[in-house]
Ligand binder design. Structure first.
Ligand code: 5GP
Length: 129
């Protein structure tokens, strides 16, 4: 069991398959720690996913069990990706969904990078209390 109580890591999840090259992706950045690629169903003019190369279910699992080098490498890859996308000047949003209430669909830790316009509210109106 992962620390979030989610099921154990499933090596057949779609991002594991992308990492193994079994499914293509539109790559933005890759290094020893992470892969960044365009989301298949973009929710903003720029919508890119950054995933660690290691097998982690969620942000909590990653923070609790990844090595210091993996954690540093991942966040440096996120910054390098935003820079490669030309988002540094205008800014952008990073988001990670965790579990069912968070809306996580793919059980391999990832952050979304959204940008390319003023993004508005942080949480959709219908999700507000
Ligand atoms: P989550 O809801 O888990 O935080 O986000 C999963 C994201 O993965 C969604 O935004 C979805 O559009 C994206 N996605 C799902 N399958 C694929 C795929 O095969 N390729 C790419 N590039 N993105 C995917």
């Amino acid at each position: 069991m992962s620390v979030t109580g989610l099921p154990p890591y499933d090596p057949q999840n779609i991002f594991a398959r992308i990492l193994r090259g079994e499914i293509p992706c539109k790559r933005v950045h890759e290094d020893g720690f992470a892969l960044a690629f365009h989301d298949i169903n973009p929710q903003a003019p720029v919508h890119v996913l950054v995933i660690p190369k290691g097998a982690y279910v969620s942000a909590v699992d990653f923070g609790a069990t990844a090595s210091d080098a993996e954690i540093a490498g991942f966040w440096r890859a996120v910054a390098a990706t935003a820079k490669a996308l030309g988002l540094e000047e205008g800014g952008y949003r990073i988001l990670s969904n965790i579990g069912p209430d968070g809306g996580q669909e793919v059980p391999h830790f990832h952050v979304h990078i959204f940008g390319g316009k003023r993004l508005g509210r942080m949480v959709a109106k219908e999700a507000a209390p």
